[in-house]
Ligand binder design. Structure first.
Ligand code: HBI
Ligand code: FE
Length: 288
């Protein structure tokens, strides 16, 4: 959990950390920022984002101008998969986050980035959370995966294995790729909500692209300050869900306890390598 997360709900928040979205309070500029980000991303995602993601944008009517009203969005989403979107002031403690997921509630920041932060910000805002995460929650299989992740997250806390499970979230929900009939496609929210990374992750020569393996992913550190050096590719959401619910995490965590971690750029002997990256991007950064 990030250091700047409080340990109890801030003034005005409920015991589960939710707050009213207060949709009426958004300024015209806030809505305009959403519209700009939406236009920019939806233009480059056809042919790049997973089919289920694009379908989600459509069935949830996310193209309607302005920041979505969570109540209206939740009513539409609940009819499809039973999920709802609830507002929170920012990052919430891990146990709170997992408890919401386990109960099919997705927590979303209700604020939007400032116009000078269009391409980078530290805390998840409403654009990242709603545009990035919510469309896939309209997919029944992905919807089940997110609930299973929340349940697994709660269990991981009792094993002291949160950082291992957080890597699974990172390399799937945030930065995952999926193999489709037309080729590799994006589904991670951190990629589909990023103007630069949605091209980089698919088209740049720098990063590795590796077939997904649960144990491999849980041993791999990640970077939070730049584009990823490796992306993991799932075969399908069905396969991801199956691997996650069929695996007994207790012996897996026990085994990983004594195992070494891998660097984000490493390729290993057992890897199903799809692309061997040049790592030119990361090297360029380091030399600056
Ligand atoms: N809080 N609002 C918010 N959004 C997150 O994605 C989030 C969080 N708190 C904790 C958390 N994520 C982590 O537990 C997971 O990323 C593993
Ligand atoms: Fe996210």
């Amino acid at each position: 959990m990030a250091e700047h997360v409080l340990d109890r709900p801030p003034e005005g928040a409920a015991a589960d950390w939710t707050i009213p979205q207060d949709w009426a309070a958004y300024s015209a500029q806030a809505h305009a920022t959403w519209d700009l980000l939406f236009r920019r991303q939806s233009a480059q995602l056809p042919g790049r984002a997973a089919e289920a993601f694009l379908r989600g944008l459509d069935v949830l009517r996310l193209s309607k101008p302005g920041i979505p009203d969570f109540e209206e969005l939740s009513d539409r989403l609940a009819k499809l998969t039973g999920w709802r979107v609830v507002a929170v002031p920012g990052l919430v403690p891990d146990a709170v986050f997992f408890d919401h997921l386990a109960n099919r509630r997705f927590v979303a920041g209700n604020f939007i980035r400032r116009p000078d932060q269009l391409d980078y910000l530290e805390e998840p805002d409403v654009f990242h959370d709603v545009f990035g995460h919510v469309p896939l929650l309209a997919d029944p299989v992905f919807a089940d995966y997110m609930q299973a992740y929340g349940e697994g997250g709660l269990r991981s806390l009792s094993f002291g294995a949160l950082h291992k499970l957080a890597r699974l979230y990172w390399y799937t929900v945030e930065f995952g790729l999926v193999r489709e009939a037309g080729g590799l496609r994006l589904f991670g929210a951190g990629i589909v909500s990023s103007h630069g990374e949605s091209r980089f992750a698919l088209e740049d020569d720098s990063p590795n692209r590796i077939g997904f393996d649960l144990e491999r992913v849980m041993r791999t550190r990640y970077r939070i300050d730049d584009y990823q050096q490796s992306y993991f590719v799932i075969d399908s959401f069905e396969d991801l869900l199956r691997q996650t619910v069929e695996t007994d995490f207790a012996p897996l965590y026990a085994r990983l306890e004594g195992a070494s971690d891998h660097d984000p750029a490493d390729l290993l002997p057992g890897d199903a390598v799809i692309t061997r990256g040049t790592q030119a991007h990361a090297r360029g950064r380091a030399g600056r």
